[in-house]
Ligand binder design. Structure first.
Ligand SMILES: Nc1nc2c(ncn2[C@@H]2O[C@H](COP(=O)(O)OP(=O)(O)O)[C@@H](O)[C@H]2O)c(=O)[nH]1
Ligand SMILES: [Mg+2]
Length: 169
């Protein structure tokens, strides 16, 4: 049997940035898992979707957006080939998103910023164009299938691929 070509992509972003929406748009059969944490006051949410693009099996994971779930982000991020930092263009740039940007930069993993909710009429605030150093910033709407596929394809085709049993980090 021919080896499968795979890529693991992990989506990071603040709560409400649109991670679940984007993964659902890309893979309508994606899984959304929510668990109540001690005391039932916080819900930790994860997403997992799959898509085949140009013969590559792409596995997309959504991470919890709350600050205190750093450990979960670390576990989900293990072995990723690339990351997407999803940012809500309609909200002010928050400290947590800056922290995620710093963490991904430090991790030395290829990543892009998807500036989400760009379907709104309002112009995209200029702050986003200069906030992420040399990392590419692409505008998207997580509600728009064509845009989501286009952005994921454009990003993943720049990344190395792995085949079954190879390239695991
Ligand atoms: N207008 C608009 N709303 C969006 C978009 N993406 C997500 N939303 C909305 O933003 C809210 C939070 O999205 P969700 O996917 O739950 O965010 P998550 O916490 O990052 O998983 C939901 O009400 C979505 O319907 C988008 O591209 N455009
Ligand atoms: Mg979510």
């Amino acid at each position: 049997m021919a080896d499968e070509i795979k890529q693991k992509i992990v989506v990071f972003g603040a709560f409400g940035a649109g991670k679940t929406t984007m993964i659902k748009t890309i893979d309508p059969k994606s899984t959304h898992i929510e668990a109540n944490c001690a005391g039932g006051t916080t819900t930790v949410a994860l997403d997992f979707g799959r898509v085949e693009l140009d013969g590559r099996q792409i596995h997309i994971y959504g991470t919890p957006g709350q600050e205190r779930f750093e450990f979960a982000r670390e576990i989900i991020g293990k072995g990723m080939d690339g990351a997407v930092l999803l940012v809500d263009a309609g909200s002010p740039l928050d400290e947590f998103t800056r922290h995620l940007y710093d963490s991904l930069t430090a991790a030395n993993v290829p990543f892009v910023v998807f500036l989400n909710k760009c379907d709104a009429k309002a112009p995209v605030p200029a702050v986003f164009a200069s906030a992420f150093g040399t990392v590419p910033v692409w505008t998207v709407s997580a509600l728009d299938k064509k845009q989501c596929f286009g952005a994921i394809r454009r990003f993943t085709e720049t990344l190395p691929v792995r085949t079954n049993g190879s390239g695991k980090r």
